[in-house]
Design a protein around this ligand. Structure first.
Ligand SMILES: Nc1ncnc2c1ncn2[C@@H]1O[C@H](COP(=O)(O)OS(=O)(=O)O)[C@@H](OP(=O)(O)O)[C@H]1O
Length: 390
C-alpha cells in the first residue's frame, strides 16, 4: 500500500514496504525547495509585471501597470466606462504643411527614413522596467528642423536616465491630430516620477497649425529646434529625395523659378523650410521665446557634449551626458555614442544620416547664401544667437 511521505506530495507516493521508514526530510533539502519555490514566484511576478507594460490587450494585467501619475492625467484623457479612449472636443483634420513645395520634395512633412536601430528597440532589461510607470503626454518636443540633426539629438538625449522618448516620429500635430490626445499619449513610453517624456517630429516647425495645437495640449511644453545652415540643409533635404527618386531634376534647376533672372523658388519646400525667421514668428504667437531652445546643428557635430549640456540645462535635467559619452568615428565622419541607450555597445546613427551630398554649382550656392542672409540675420536677432552661417 502506498504511504505518503511528509509534506503531502502525492506524486512522491511509493510502496512503503519497499523502503525503510524515511527519516524526516533533512532541513537543507526543504530549504532548497522553499528557495526554488520563492524564485519561481519572483520570476512569475516579474513576468506578469513586465507584461503589464507591453500586453495592453490583456485587460486583467492593465492594473499592474498603472502608476501614480496616471491619476494626474487630464480629465479629458480619462477612459470611458467601456475602457475606450474618448474623442476630444478639439479634434481637427490633418494639417497642411506650411511649405507645400515642388512635387519632387514631397512637402515639408516627408517621413524620416529610419534605420531599424533608431526605432524603438529597447533592451530586454529596459522592456522589463518599461512595465512600470505610466504614459504621459510629452513635456518637451523636438519640433524641427528637418535635416537639422534632430535624430542625433534625440538619440543622444535618450542616454539620459530621466529622458524617455518615442523612437519613431509620431507626426501627431501635423498628420494625425484628428486621432486625439489619448491616441497620442498611448504612443509614448511609460515614465516614472521625475522622468521626461519626449518625441521628435521635425515637420512641426513648418506646420501652421502646430503651435496652437501644442499650446492647447500644454502651454508649458518645452520646444527644441535644431537649426542648420539653411543652404546645407536644403542640399541635405534634396539629397534625401534624390536617394529615393534618382530621376528628379538637378538641385540647381529646382532652386530657381527663373534661372536667368536668378529668382529663387521659395515655394520649393527645400528652400522654404530654411526661412527660419518666418516660421519662428508663428511659434512666438503661442510660446514665449524662453520656452524654446535653439540647438546648432553644426555644433551638435563639432561639440555634441557642449550642445547636450545646454539641452540638459534647458530641460532641467542633471548634466549626465558629457564628453565621456561620445567618440568620433572616423569612418562615419560623425560623433557616435560609446554606449547606446539600454546597450553596452558603441552606436552611430544609420546610413541615412550623414550622406554624401552632390556637388552643387558654386554660383547657385552663392545666390542662395545671398537669399538667406536677411532671414538669417532676423533669426539671430529673434533668438539672440549668432549661428555663424554668413
Ligand atoms: N552624430 C551624427 N551622426 C550622423 N548625422 C548627424 C549627426 N549629428 C548630426 N547629424 C546630421 O543630421 C542630419 C539629419 O538630420 P535629421 O536627423 O534631423 O533628419 S530628418 O529630418 O529626421 O530626416 C544629417 O544630415 P546629412 O549629413 O545631410 O545626411 C547629419 O549631417
Amino acid at each position: 500500500m502506498g504511504q505518503r511521505l511528509s509534506g503531502g506530495r502525492s506524486c512522491l507516493d511509493v510502496p512503503g514496504r519497499l523502503l525503510p521508514q524515511p527519516p524526516p526530510s533533512p532541513p537543507p533539502v526543504r530549504r532548497k525547495l522553499a528557495l526554488l519555490f520563492a524564485m519561481l514566484c519572483i520570476w512569475l511576478y516579474m513576468f506578469l509585471y513586465s507584461c503589464a507594460g507591453s500586453c495592453a490587450a490583456a485587460p486583467g494585467l492593465l492594473l499592474l501597470g498603472s502608476g501614480s501619475r496616471a491619476a494626474h492625467a487630464p480629465p479629458a484623457l480619462a477612459r470611458g466606462p467601456d475602457g475606450t479612449a474618448p474623442r476630444l472636443p478639439f479634434q481637427a483634420a490633418p494639417a497642411t504643411p506650411l511649405a507645400a513645395g515642388k512635387e519632387p520634395a514631397e512637402g515639408a512633412a516627408s517621413q524620416e527614413e529610419q534605420s531599424p536601430e533608431t526605432l524603438d528597440s529597447p533592451s530586454s532589461i529596459s522592456s522589463f522596467f518599461s512595465g512600470s510607470g505610466s504614459k504621459q503626454l510629452p513635456q518637451a518636443i523636438i519640433i524641427g528642423v528637418k535635416k537639422g540633426g534632430t535624430r542625433a539629438l534625440l538619440e543622444f538625449l535618450r542616454v539620459h536616465p530621466d529622458v524617455r522618448a518615442v523612437g519613431a516620429e509620431p507626426h501627431f500635430f501635423d498628420r494625425s491630430y484628428d486621432k486625439g490626445l489619448a491616441w497620442y499619449r498611448d504612443l509614448m513610453p511609460r515614465t516614472l516620477e521625475g522622468q521626461i517624456t519626449m518625441e521628435k517630429t521635425p515637420s512641426y516647425f513648418v506646420t501652421r497649425e502646430a503651435p496652437a495645437r501644442i499650446s492647447a495640449m500644454s502651454k508649458d511644453t518645452k520646444l527644441i529646434v535644431v537649426v542648420r545652415d539653411p543652404v546645407t540643409r536644403a542640399i541635405s533635404d534634396y539629397t534625401q529625395t534624390l536617394s529615393k527618386r534618382p530621376d528628379i531634376p538637378t538641385f540647381e534647376s529646382l532652386t530657381f523659378k527663373n534661372r536667368t533672372t536668378g529668382l529663387i523658388d521659395t515655394s520649393w519646400s527645400a528652400i522654404q523650410i530654411g526661412i527660419y525667421a518666418k516660421h519662428l514668428e508663428h511659434w512666438l504667437h503661442h510660446f514665449p521665446i524662453g520656452q524654446m531652445l535653439f540647438v546648432s546643428g553644426e555644433r551638435l557635430i563639432s561639440d555634441p557634449a557642449g550642445e547636450l549640456g545646454r539641452v540638459q540645462d534647458f530641460l532641467g535635467l542633471k548634466r549626465i551626458i558629457t564628453d565621456k559619452h561620445f567618440y568620433f568615428n572616423k569612418t562615419k565622419g560623425f560623433p557616435c555614442l560609446k554606449k547606446a541607450e539600454g546597450s553596452s555597445k558603441p552606436h552611430c546613427l544609420g546610413k541615412t544620416k550623414g550622406r554624401t551630398h552632390p556637388e552643387i554649382d558654386r554660383e547657385v550656392v552663392r545666390r542662395l547664401r545671398e537669399f538667406y542672409r536677411p532671414f538669417n540675420l532676423k533669426f539671430y536677432q529673434m533668438t539672440g544667437q549668432d549661428f555663424g552661417w554668413d
